[in-house]
Design a binder for this molecule. Structure first.
Ligand code: DGY
Length: 325
């Protein structure tokens, strides 16, 4: 029997899968653990199940010990994992792709509708108790029909977001390190562009690339910076459901304030849970608290996949969804 440490609360189905075969030490308190509590808990673990809020680095891996075989992250994004540190210790790192695709695409599309149709602003107005009445020019937004969606990062979630946009009558352009899956590209009549061209053409830019840290040739840190925002149309919107640091939040706040772009919908932030203070003063930005995958069904599916990844490695098999650098 191996020792599996689950650093935070996860859905019961994932815990049950692990408990059928192994000793499981799981964090059960409502409040998340401190870093010190995580470091203490992982000592002696053969497998660790982590969340995106856990920083899995050399310190944590060393605190676990040499017997550690696998770190199973309950998230598709794995910028919180130091994959090189895992590899150098012979620890398999895994993520949860596929099971949160539609839920996250729903979030991106929801943000797109909220931002372009000013639903957040309108809801705030109704709740304010101030009198309102129907008016020909009252709270007018922008139609998506006939507009162009620019997907940055044409992976599973980018494709699923583009599918939703097609159903709303949008044209699809995309940019990314690799071309879109050819079947999806044909189905969506999507056109690949250089990112600069996409920024200039799109009416809505939706970010779906992973966060690749600074210093790497393929870094996506601040991919959307002041220059990228200036390249967008003044009527365009930005949506980010990937990772906060892909967008330079201070530059975004300035661009929203001075009309460089029309609006934005954000689910992720540079320094979560802190949000750039200037964004709170702006009506033309929708702010969600990192809810991309937050449905009962999807969070259970994520926990189950993470558990199955840990179980596979503990039984000497290949992980279902290993990550590499
Ligand atoms: C992920 O899995 O990376 C998402 O951000 C979780 O919502």
């Amino acid at each position: 029997m191996a020792r599996v440490v689950v650093t935070n609360r996860i859905p019961a189905s994932g815990l049950e899968l692990l408990r059928e075969q192994h000793e499981v030490i799981a964090w059960e308190q409502e409040q998340p653990p401190s870093r010190e509590q995580v470091l203490a808990a992982v000592a002696g673990a053969d497998a660790i199940v982590t969340l995106l809020t856990d920083r899995v680095d050399g310190e944590l891996l060393d605190a676990a010990g040499d017997q550690l075989l696998v770190v199973a992250n309950v998230a598709v994004g794995y910028d919180n994992l130091d994959v090189a540190a895992c590899e150098s210790r012979g620890v398999v790192a895994t993520n949860t792709p596929g099971v949160l695709t539609d839920t996250t695409a729903d979030t991106a599309f929801g943000l797109m509708l909220m931002a372009t149709r000013r639903f957040g602003e309108a809801e705030r107005e109704v709740r304010s108790g101030e009198p309102w009445r129907w008016g020909m020019f009252y709270l007018l937004g922008t139609s998506l029909q006939g507009k162009t969606l620019g997907i940055i990062g044409p992976g599973l979630i980018g494709i699923a977001t583009a599918r939703r946009a097609r159903a709303f009558g949008m044209e699809i352009v995309y940019s990314g390190r690799s071309p879109m899956d050819p079947a999806a590209e044909a189905e969506l009549s999507a056109t690949r562009l250089a990112t600069e061209e996409l920024l200039a053409r799109a009416d809505v830019v939706s970010v779906h690339c992973p966060l690749v840290p600074q210093g790497r040739p393929d870094s996506t840190y601040h991919l959307i910076d002041a220059a990228a925002l200036a390249a967008m149309k003044p009527t365009a919107y930005l949506v980010n459901t990937s990772r906060g640091p892909v967008v330079d939040e201070a530059s975004l706040a300035a661009a929203l304030r001075d009309g460089t772009i029309a609006g934005a919908g954000l689910d992720v932030y540079e320094d979560e849970p802190t949000i750039h203070p200037d964004l709170f003063d702006l009506e033309n930005v929708v702010l969600l608290p990192h809810l991309g995958s937050a449905t009962h069904e999807t969070r259970s599916a994520m926990a189950d996949l993470a558990a199955r990844n840990a179980l596979a490695v503990l039984s000497g098999q290949e992980a279902l969804s290993p990550v590499t650098r």
